[in-house]
Design a protein around this ligand. Sequence first.
Ligand code: GUN
Length: 296
Amino acid sequence: MTATLIDGKAFAAKVREQVAGHVTRLKEEHGITPGLAVVLVGEDPASQVYVRSKGKQTVESGMNSYEHKMDADTSEADLLAVIDQLNNDPAVHGILVQLPLPGHLNEDLIINSIAPEKDVDGFHISNVGLLGTGQKSMVPCTPLGCLMMLRDYHGSISGMNAVVIGRSNIVGKPMAQLLLNDSATVTIAHSRTKDLPGVVKQADIVVAAVGRPEMVPGDWIKEGATVIDVGINRIERDGKNKLVGDVDFESASKVAGAITPVPGGVGPMTIACLLANTVTACCRANGLAEPEGLTA
Ligand code: GUN
């Protein structure tokens, strides 16, 4: 391996420490405790793990955590009523509805019913529009974490060629927007892209967010490029369960200049950024200065 390892686990710990510092300041100087509400509908095992982890880290950072667990057959009206209650609760500064939702619920409708200023996921159409026009918004957590690591490693990414593989609303599209707002030259590649290897080869920065295990081999990567691997894929190898990214780490780390590992790269940054967004939302709600370095 020749690439520098971008240690997301250590970076996330630093972000959480900063968040905890701001929480202490909000409590001591203003008598305000930031609060994050997480809504989980159904019993998807992966979602349950994420929600538990979010609740734990919220409390560890000194904030209040509110969990709303609802049955898989919850009606749209009942879910909307819970969101309405949270929208109007002054103790709640951030609201996250865990995705995916059961099939009978309209995800767009639900997400767009969250008050935009409490939408710590940054998925509400108002936040998407604000981000797209370079205005102050709530920024989706995973892309925000990737941006923080890129800014930390490069200082500035202005003028660099960035290729984002994947066009999801949660990662690919907001990631591309953030890179563009930082003046990178951005290409969004996806399953229909012609000559994907050739496109990736042009990139100084590769962000892989497709959800396909080890899809990007080292020989697609330009020598010295920075590789951010968003994928978290569970595979079985040699009879053992293993987590791998969307990038073939073994071969890519021999060519890249810097790379995030899986696990321990982008993953831990997502929840750290959720906590950061909650503090940001709390400061905005109370007309206080926002913490520096925790937003885009
Ligand atoms: N499911 C997978 N990732 C996410 C996320 O970032 N936010 C929410 N709300 N659900 C998710």
